[in-house]
Design a protein around this ligand. Structure first.
Ligand code: NAP
Length: 251
């Protein structure tokens, strides 16, 4: 896949899946804006690893609507437009309905939805307006297997990802007339910081055994699906949700 001359904004592009996505796009010829929340060192390290030139990094908390608007404007100005948006930044908060306080329950929902759903929705709005002005673009949202399989100890996370799948499909229909194609990638467990505690715990063996490969995904395997959805030729796949879960869950 070739992305020569294209500009890509990757939220959460500094670590984990987002880092693999940033590296893959840069390796395929794109200019990448690595957006992140607060870990400047990780973002700088990823930026330094990107092949090619013209890349940038940007601290932008996706849960802050004003930061999203300003961030999209800055990326478009510095790169000369945005061709591809990857909504990858996300958080997972454990909150157990039978044990948590009511206040903790509400806080977990607020924080999760702000980052995992409202943030991507606002990024879609700001980036789509910029793409419409340029004649088209691509949006890929990172959701999760949990949207389909359930997340018993992170119910707000599962709901946020199900909603993001739905948003992706609504926008695929709404934006097709504007030459903007929207897809989602729904990974199962992936080997990143987000899952390290669970994968390194006694539960890790059970998690790996969910797949007949007896392992979890590597971030590069998720990036491969992202690049496919963003590639030329994938236009008629708009609205698709690609599972990357090693046959651990069928829907
Ligand atoms: P990760 O290793 O924890 O990395 C998270 C990235 O998102 C970091 O770059 C982080 O920036 C950024 N981020 C977090 N909150 C942010 C915010 N409010 N604003 C801007 N950036 C923010 O995560 P990951 O495992 O790669 O997961 C990436 C995406 O894949 C998430 O949406 C996650 O839900 C989804 N996913 C992951 C798995 C898995 O097993 N890992 C499975 C299914 C889906 P800082 O470092 O600056 O905080």
């Amino acid at each position: 896949m070739n992305f020569d001359g294209q500009n890509v904004l990757v939220t959460g592009g500094s670590r984990g899946i987002g880092r693999a996505v940033s590296l893959a796009f840069a390796g395929a010829g794109a200019r990448v804006a690595v957006a992140y929340r607060a870990n400047h060192a990780a973002a700088q390290a990823t930026l330094a690893r990107l092949p090619g030139d013209g890349h940038m990094r940007l601290a932008m908390d996706v849960a802050e609507p004003a930061a999203v608007e300003a961030g999209v404007e800055e990326v478009a100005a510095r790169l000369g437009g945005i061709d591809i948006l990857v909504n990858n930044a996300g958080i997972g908060i454990y909150h157990r309905i039978a044990e948590d306080s009511y206040a903790d329950w509400q806080q977990a929902w607020r924080d999760t939805l702000a980052t995992n759903l409202l943030g991507p929705a606002n990024l879609c709005f700001c980036a789509a307006r910029a793409m419409i002005a340029r004649g088209g673009g691509r949006i890929v949202n990172i959701t999760s297997r949990g949207a389909f399989r359930g997340e018993p100890i992170k119910p707000a996370y599962g709901a946020s990802k199900a909603a993001l799948n739905s948003l992706s499909q609504s926008l695929a229909a709404a934006l097709a007339p504007h030459n903007i194609f929207v897809g989602a990638v729904a990974p199962g467990f992936v080997n990143t910081d987000l899952t390290a505690d669970r994968l390194n715990s006694p539960e890790g063996a059970e998690i790996r055994a969910q797949s007949p490969f007896n392992r979890v995904a590597e971030p590069e395997e998720v990036a491969h699906a992202v690049l496919f959805l963003a590639s030329k030729g994938a236009e008629f796949s708009t609205g698709t949700i690609i599972d990357v879960n090693g046959a651990s869950h069928f829907r």
